[in-house]
Design a protein around this ligand. Structure first.
Ligand code: HEC
Length: 102
C-alpha cells in the first residue's frame, strides 16, 4: 500500500513540476510613462523617493503638480532648478494630468 502511494505521488509529481514551471508569474508592468522630461524626473525626484509617490496621486491638474514640485523644493529642500522644475511639471501634467490647468 505504501509503495502504491509512493508510486502515485512520484507519478503525479512531474505534473506538479510542470504546473509550477509554467506557473503564472504575475507580470506587473512598471507603469512609468517614458517620454521627454522623464530624465528630469529621474534626476530630480527619484533620489528621495520612488515614482510611486508621484503616480499614486492619480491624474491631477497642472496647478496640483506645480504645487507638489514647489512643495518638494520649499519643504524638503529638493535641489531642483527652475528650468528642471518646469520640465518636470510639464512632464507630469502631460502623462499624469487631468487636462485642467487649475
Ligand atoms: C529632497 C528629497 C525630495 C526630492 C528631491 C523630491 N521629493 Fe517628493 N517627497 C519628499 C518627501 C520627504 C515626501 C513626503 C514623504 C512622506 O510623507 O512620507 C515627498 C512626497 C512626494 C509626493 C507625495 C505627496 C505629498 O505631497 O507628500 C509627491 C507627489 C512627490 N513627493 C513628488 C515629487 C516630485 C515630482 C519631485 C521632483 C520634482 C520630488 N517629489 C522630489 C522628498 C523629496
Amino acid at each position: 500500500m505504501k509503495k502504491l502511494l509512493l508510486t502515485a505521488v512520484l507519478a503525479a509529481s512531474p505534473l506538479f513540476a510542470q504546473i509550477s514551471a509554467k506557473g503564472e508569474v504575475p507580470y506587473v508592468a512598471f507603469p512609468v510613462k517614458m517620454g521627454q522630461g522623464f530624465d528630469e524626473v529621474q534626476a530630480n525626484c527619484l533620489m528621495c523617493h520612488s515614482f510611486g509617490y508621484i503616480i499614486n496621486q492619480g491624474k491631477q491638474s497642472k496647478k496640483f503638480w506645480r504645487g507638489k514640485v514647489d512643495k518638494m523644493i520649499v519643504h524638503f529642500k529638493a535641489p531642483i532648478n527652475k528650468q528642471s522644475a518646469d520640465i518636470v511639471v510639464e512632464y507630469l501634467f502631460e502623462h499624469y494630468g487631468n487636462g485642467k490647468e487649475e
